[in-house]
Design a protein around this ligand. Structure first.
Ligand code: ADP
Length: 310
């Protein structure tokens, strides 16, 4: 996409995005609610018309795409529409017929781990199982490009891990994947590259393990001083600082931690930096902060925190 823009009544929900997603890669699109992710994704899927800019998806402009193009996509929407009276196998067999070169229904059922539920009505499945039906329906047509919109919301930890394995298999098969998620651990696990959207602009893009720039990834050493205060220092050479601290304290410093900023830390730092740079502007489509490849210091870091929806 080049200069992608979408306005709703004069308000820019997407305010000029340039982005290339390569064949075969998994790209994680990150950003807080209202940032413009869904609008962007829906334009790529051909569900929404853009106000300006150029977009090509699998070599075709989605605004003028035909059915044969749609059959090359797989889409897992945010909320499941599958609660029908049909069994898992009936539903999949039905939809498989719409595609020129579908996968075998039983293979897909096995891939999403629903063998035991193949003859169960979808309305009787648990939420997590219904989500797997969504994924099964999205991959039955052997898509070249798979859109996953917050695919594991509401999953228990085990189901999430199983789901990730399934996606990793699709990656190995060469499927291109565009993932939007609020779970930063999910983005880190599945994504090859990622981008952060804030206020309709892409404020960072790059390999997941480099997102935010090198500066944002400098390790943090934290310890508790004799006066009871928690101290921290960012350093490229944490081992040297730890040795120095051990000497200073004549032993083990209290509550010593060496923290390597993870994707969540980097993401939160980007969001905070953009928030302070643009104030309320970031929320209404005004320029957020620095353009692509911005880097900013990590303000807070806690390796023990849960990966919660941002
Ligand atoms: P995200 O997916 O990142 O949560 P969205 O793309 O849904 O963000 O929304 C971006 C902005 O566009 C928000 O301010 C939202 O309120 C606005 N918006 C989304 N859809 C519409 C619509 N159909 N009409 C008017 N405003 C919309």
């Amino acid at each position: 996409m080049r200069g992608l823009r979408k306005e709703y009544g004069g308000l820019a929900a997407v305010a000029g995005i340039d982005l290339d997603i390569e064949w075969g890669e998994t790209f994680a699109l990150l950003g807080p609610n209202g940032a413009g992710k869904s609008t962007t994704v829906e334009i790529l899927e051909g569900y929404r018309h853009r106000t300006a800019g150029d977009v090509t998806v699998l070599g075709v402009d989605p605004a003028h795409a035909k059915l044969d193009w749609k059959s090359r996509l797989g889409i897992v929407l945010q909320s499941s529409g599958e609660s029908g009276q049909y069994t898992v196998r009936e539903q999949l067999s039905h939809f498989a017929r719409f595609y020129p070169n579908p996968r075998r229904v039983d293979d897909v059922i096995a891939a999403v781990g629903l063998e035991k539920q193949a003859k169960t009505r979808i309305s009787r499945l648990s939420g997590g199982q219904q989500r797997r039906v969504d994924v099964a329906l999205a991959i039955i047509g052997r898509p070249e490009l798979l859109f996953l919109d917050e695919p594991t919301t509401g999953f228990d930890p085990e189901a999430r891990r199983e789901f990730w394995s399934l996606i990793e298999e699709l990656k190995t098969e060469g499927t291109t994947i565009l993932l939007t998620t609020h779970y930063l651990d999910e983005a880190a696990r599945l994504g090859d590259r990622g981008g952060v959207i804030l206020g309709g602009r892409l404020v960072a893009v790059g390999r997941i393990d480099e997102l935010g720039g090198a500066e944002a990834r400098v390790p943090l050493v934290r310890w508790r001083d004799d006066d009871g205060a928690l101290r921290e220092e960012r350093t490229e050479r944490p081992a040297e600082l730890v040795v120095e601290l051990a000497r200073r304290f004549a032993g083990e410093p209290r509550e010593l931690e060496v923290i390597r900023p993870n994707l969540e830390d980097v993401y939160l730092a980007l969001v905070h930096a953009a928030g302070s740079a643009a104030g309320a502007g970031a929320a209404n489509g005004e320029p957020a902060s620095n353009p692509v490849h911005s880097s900013s210091p990590v303000h807070a870091s806690n390796p023990e925190k849960e990966a919660e929806p941002a």
